[in-house]
Design a protein around this ligand. Structure first.
Ligand SMILES: Cc1ncc(COP(=O)(O)O)c(C=O)c1O
Length: 461
């Protein structure tokens, strides 16, 4: 394959399709770093700038419409701007509510109760981002245990916060690099990494330094690490080891929470963490995240505790924003009322993509392995990522494989595919993303047809 020829063709197609986004990118780059915020949105050579988004679709500045599988970083399980939520918010605004008041409001307790009862948590603290929620989780764990080390899974992305910016996607003989400058001096030593779903490695780390580990942070469905679900035996071992070493088990469910059922993914495995973080879906499209878990740990944020003991996990000015709380509450209740219809539908779409795209590419002699499959007692999965193994691997099992450019064609998945699909009217990150309730069967078939065209172009270059 001539990669440069492929890239040139993809850039030319995209430039022709979206000239207004291209011009906007040039303007935006003069006032914003790479023309916007959050690198994952700002794909090369220039991103799609949206005008409106409704249901399955997003419309760009050139009035092109795309079927979107990114859906607000996997937030919009009902699709973009669902009327079930926007109508409630419009009423709220009309009736004197909606913007930040600086008071706790009456919806907040209802959302907290919903989250506690659906995730087996005793206390909740709301904040505005996953980064802050995981930061607080680590701060509380270090204070609770009075230990210095943070253990995380390599490939785990938990937001831009100083305790977890190591071993994410930068591959160099493994995933264990510090991935940001500007961190405190001991950062690299205080973060220890372990391989996802590798019980032996986990036991070895705990055996080596378990008494120093404040918390073990992991996603039960790893997102950035490659869309893989935890093995039951691994999650049980993680629970067992953390309990016996007095380490706080933090499950980061920012992606997985309410994605696979109306509650935590861990509950489907019958495991209760000490702390968990929820975001994306629970804010209904507005900035809201929850740190939930054991009362004795979360109560360290209680202002009654004096300096030195108290953890300043405040949440911030916009924490529990009234509109976000109302949107989240409406979302959870809507999901609960329609769960029999929504989850099987989106899981079926996820399954179609995971099963059929590898077969389509195989017809062009291109090897694709899909990830995002459900496991054990998880009934299905609406998530799919496409991997391009370079050495004939039948299965991709670890984030180390997903990000190792000698094992997977990372550039194909992350860079080429996004451009190839967007030029054909489908916005897909990491090869696909997530199905939502607003997608139609026809749109999924449309994506599969586009996959065939993309495979043909790749094989012809
Ligand atoms: C598993 C996980 N944790 C934490 C975060 C960080 O959340 P935020 O972007 O809201 O800071 C993300 C974001 O994608 C995530 O996927």
């Amino acid at each position: 394959m001539n990669r440069q020829a492929l890239w040139n063709k993809l850039i030319a197609d995209w430039g022709k399709k979206a000239p207004a986004s291209k011009a906007h990118f040039e303007r935006a780059s003069r006032s914003q770093v790479r023309g916007g915020s959050h690198s994952i949105r700002l794909f090369e050579p220039f991103p799609l700038y949206d005008k409106w988004a409704r249901g399955s679709k997003v419309c760009d500045l050139d009035d092109n419409q795309y079927v979107d599988f990114w859906q607000g970083h996997y937030t919009n399980i009902l699709g973009h701007n669902p009327p079930e939520l926007t109508a409630v918010l419009a009423d709220f605004l009309r009736n004197g509510g909606g913007l930040q008041t600086g008071f706790p409001g009456w919806h907040q307790v209802e959302l907290a109760e919903e989250i506690c009862s659906r995730t087996n948590a005793e206390r909740v603290r709301f904040t505005t981002s996953g980064s802050l929620a995981t930061l607080y989780a680590v701060m509380l764990s270090r204070a609770f245990t009075r230990r210095p080390l943070v253990l995380k899974v390599s490939g785990g992305w938990h937001g831009s916060q100083p305790y977890l910016l190591k071993g994410i996607t930068a591959y160099q003989g493994g995933l264990s690099l510090r991935e940001s400058d500007g961190l405190h001096a001991n950062c690299a030593e205080e973060i220890v990494t372990t391989r996802f779903n590798d019980v032996g490695n986990l036991e070895e780390v705990f055996h080596r330094c378990g008494e120093q580990i404040a918390c073990f942070v992991m996603e039960p469905f790893i997102g950035e690490g490659g869309f893989m679900m935890v093995d039951r035996s691994y999650l049980q071992k993680a629970r067992e080891l953390t309990r016996s070493y007095g380490t706080v088990l933090i499950l980061d469910e920012i992606i997985s929470g309410f994605r696979f059922c109306v509650g935590s993914l861990a509950s489907l495995y019958g495991v209760t963490p000490d702390l968990a973080t929820y975001g994306k879906i629970i804010g209904g499209g507005l900035p809201l995240t929850a740190l939930a878990g054991r009362a004795d740990i979360l109560e360290l944020a209680n202002p009654k505790l004096g300096p030195g003991r108290r953890v300043r996990a405040e949440g911030g000015t916009f924490s529990a924003h009234p509109s976000a709380v109302l949107a989240g509450l409406t979302m959870i209740r809507f999901l609960d009322h329609h769960k029999e219809e929504i989850y099987p539908r989106i899981n079926r779409f996820g399954e179609m993509v995971r099963r059929e795209v590898p077969q389509i590419f195989a017809r062009f002699d291109i090897r694709v392995v899909s990830t995002g499959h459900p496991k054990d007692h998880v009934p299905g999965s609406s998530m799919a990522m496409l991997q391009f193994p370079l050495q004939g691997q039948e299965e991709i099992r670890y984030p180390e494989e997903v990000w190792n450019p000698e094992i997977c064609d990372v550039e194909m998945r992350e860079k080429f595919l996004r451009l190839a699909f967007v030029a054909r009217g489908f916005h897909a990150a990491h090869g696909f993303g997530s199905a939502c309730a607003a997608h139609s069967e026809q749109e999924i078939h449309g994506f599969l047809n586009a996959a065939e065209e993309v495979a043909r172009i790749i094989s012809s270059c």
